[in-house]
Design a protein around this ligand. Structure first.
Ligand SMILES: *Cc1c(COP(=O)(O)O)cnc(C)c1O
Ligand SMILES: [Zn+2]
Length: 413
């Protein structure tokens, strides 16, 4: 990998050679993969990309930490649609709003970007078995991407994981351990099992390559926007790996001269579980919190990538905002009704934060915002039905239909 320099500890600065099974620093800090931008700059230009057909995250191979001959894993991950959302922008009072629907990845969340990278690196490491712990989406994405590549998976999820995600895991043939405990308990058990059996580790806060997969969402966002940088990029935050990846991608593009400024990040967490946003708001070290939100994917009381996430928010002069479960379900409806986009609760939490900042007058008519929907609503239909109520029940009869319309105050004529 001539274009990769090393893995550098974000805590103590120590540098490690970028071997395929690279983990955390001896000091416990998380590593950041560093690149030789001078080498990459002439190879990855706007023109090169414009002529490239690969409709996946692997179109940015020059900026990914893999060997030249490592095959891209089979599932088509990335190149998710970016929608202009003029009606929602108008409703919120924003100049421009774009919605990047990463729920349309093969296993229906942004986590596919990290899992595709994990599968590529596991192959380089010669591993046959990959393992992770997850609130649900990292698990289902790993199971799917590994299945497509012929690798075996051990997956640890908290027992609260929604049925849709568990159904995916079982369908993809993972060995699924449903842990009777919190996400923290789940993480610790997976860590001990990985240490014991030596499986390839797809825990995003341990394996530094996974953020590099996640950063492709920013690379795409900017290419899809014609390299015009929005003022803000909003997304939901749990462990903090995603927001760290998003920031890494933006900084890569800036270092390569593909964008001429950096947007500010908007970190959105649930009121019932916001340890990272609280640390920013109080300008204090983060402290654990209860995992008290229906947005299961970001119910992370002990964030595993706090250092990188806090650094990303601070470096970008970012905003932090917390939203209630009601505001999350409200945003789910709003995205559905104005954009036809169906996100899971954690998937729409970024947009819920944008809406709240508009209501507070922090964002307004001069601002352009890109909001990332990180997971698909079909993963968790129970909460969507809870937010939206039931359909109108009717017998198969025209008189009954007329009556039902009348009863519900609907005039179809
Ligand atoms: C994992 C996840 C997040 C948050 O990502 P972190 O890296 O944990 O901060 C947000 N939304 C969805 C749908 C997710 O699955
Ligand atoms: Zn270190």
């Amino acid at each position: 990998m001539e274009h990769v320099l090393c893995g550098k500890c974000v805590r103590c600065g120590r540098e490690y050679p970028a071997v395929p099974d690279l983990k955390t620093c001896g000091c416990g800090g998380i590593l950041d993969i560093t690149y030789d931008y001078d080498r990459i700059r002439p190879r990855l230009t706007k023109d090169v990309l414009a002529g490239r057909r690969t409709p996946s995250m692997w179109r940015y191979r020059e900026l990914l930490p893999v060997e030249a001959d490592t095959p891209a894993p089979p599932l088509r991950v990335g190149w998710s649609p970016l929608y202009d959302a003029p009606r929602l922008a108008e409703q919120l009072g924003l100049k421009e709003l774009w919605i990047k629907d990463d729920g349309l990845n093969p296993t229906a969340s942004l986590k596919d970007r990290a899992s595709s990278m994990a599968v590529a690196k596991a192959r380089e490491a010669g591993a046959q078995v990959i393992a992770c712990s997850s609130t649900g989406n990292a698990a289902s994405s790993l199971a799917g991407n590994a299945a497509a590549a012929g690798l075996q998976t051990y997956i640890f999820v908290p027992s609260r994981a929604p049925q849709g995600k568990v159904a995916q895991l079982l369908t993809f043939g993972a060995t699924v351990l449903s842990v009777q405990g919190s996400y923290e308990d789940t993480f610790e058990l997976s860590k001990a099992a990985i240490a014991r059996w030596g499986w390839y580790d797809r825990n995003a806060a341990v394996n530094p390559y996974l953020s590099e997969g996640k950063k492709t969402v920013s690379l795409e966002l900017m290419e899809q926007l014609g390299w015009c940088v929005p003022d803000y990029v909003a997304l939901s935050v749990g462990d903090g790996c995603t927001i760290a990846g998003v920031w890494k991608g933006l900084k890569d593009l800036y270092a390569l001269g593909l964008i001429d400024r950096l947007p500010r990040l908007i970190s959105v967490q649930a009121e019932g579980c916001c340890p990272l946003n609280r640390a920013i708001a109080e300008d204090a070290p983060w402290r654990p919190m209860e995992e008290n939100t229906l947005a299961d994917s970001i119910a992370v009381g002990v964030p595993r990538n706090a250092e990188k996430a806090l650094m990303a928010i601070r470096e970008s002069h970012g905003l932090v905002v917390n939203v209630s479960d009601e505001e999350i379900l409200e945003a789910q409806k709003l995205l559905g009704r104005t954009c036809g986009v169906f996100g899971e609760p954690a998937g729409v939490t970024g947009t819920a934060g944008v809406r709240k900042l508009c209501e507070q007058g922090v964002l307004g008519a001069k601002d352009t915002v890109a909001s990332i929907v990180t997971g698909n609503g079909l993963k968790d239909v129970a909460n969507a039905i809870r937010a939206n109520g039931s359909p109108i029940s009717v017998a198969p009869d025209m008189q009954q239909l007329l009556q039902a319309f009348a009863d519900n105050g609907i005039d179809p004529a």
